[in-house]
Write a protein that binds this ligand. Structure first.
Ligand SMILES: CC(C)(COP(=O)(O)OP(=O)(O)OC[C@H]1O[C@@H](n2cnc3c(N)ncnc32)[C@H](O)[C@@H]1OP(=O)(O)O)[C@@H](O)C(=O)NCCC(=O)NCCS
Length: 150
């Protein structure tokens, strides 16, 4: 059960406050993905990235960063505030948004050691299709998962 009702926002650009929050979270939680933190800022400012946010006042409690490529969505990052994890927030949000898009499939990539994310994606209908060795900047491997939509 979610502790609070969080509004869903689907946006193509972030406010300065949203950007600052995401850069901070990315640098703290996903440091394996980047050679340096300037890269995060650059990536989330690039035009093709889209965002799904859930917020309490101005505080982001969920975000998903993704790219839409014709008939496919690639999830680049998904994050839930640690206090709200395992309450169904990520699953509910994807069910309300990405799973309703008119695309053939959704692709996600996670670090091989990230067993929680792998369990999460598998629980919500994704299938693991391949492992890429030495994919991230820290040398860790990447698991690709796919969910068919239409
Ligand atoms: C992965 C993550 C987004 C899941 O968000 P969440 O809101 O906690 O997930 P949900 O509550 O919607 O979980 C849905 C299902 O996923 C699985 N799951 C989620 N967290 C799990 C955990 N800690 N252990 C085992 N299974 C888990 C469960 O099957 C769960 O269903 P259930 O609770 O009915 O058993 C969240 O743990 C997170 O932000 N992790 C850190 C960031 C990250 O690693 N992101 C992924 C790589 S980009």
């Amino acid at each position: 059960m979610l502790k609070k009702q969080y509004k869903v926002f689907e946006v193509e650009t972030l406010t300065p406050s949203e950007k600052a929050q995401i850069v901070k979270i990315e640098s703290e939680e996903f440091e394996y993905s980047y050679k340096n933190i300037e890269k995060v800022s650059e990536l989330i400012s690039s035009e093709n990235h889209k965002f799904i946010l859930r917020k309490f006042d101005d505080e982001i409690v969920f975000y998903c960063i993704y790219v839409l490529l014709v008939d496919e969505i690639e999830i680049y990052k998904i994050w839930v505030n640690p206090n709200e994890r395992r309450s169904g927030l990520a699953h509910e949000t994807l069910a309300l948004t990405l799973f309703k898009k008119n695309v053939k499939q959704i692709v996600a990539e996670v670090q091989e050691e990230n067993n929680i994310a792998r369990k999460f994606y598998k629980k919500i209908g994704f299938e693991e299709i391949r492992i890429r060795n030495n994919y991230y900047y820290d040398g860790s491997n990447c698991v690709t998962l796919i969910k068919k939509i239409i």
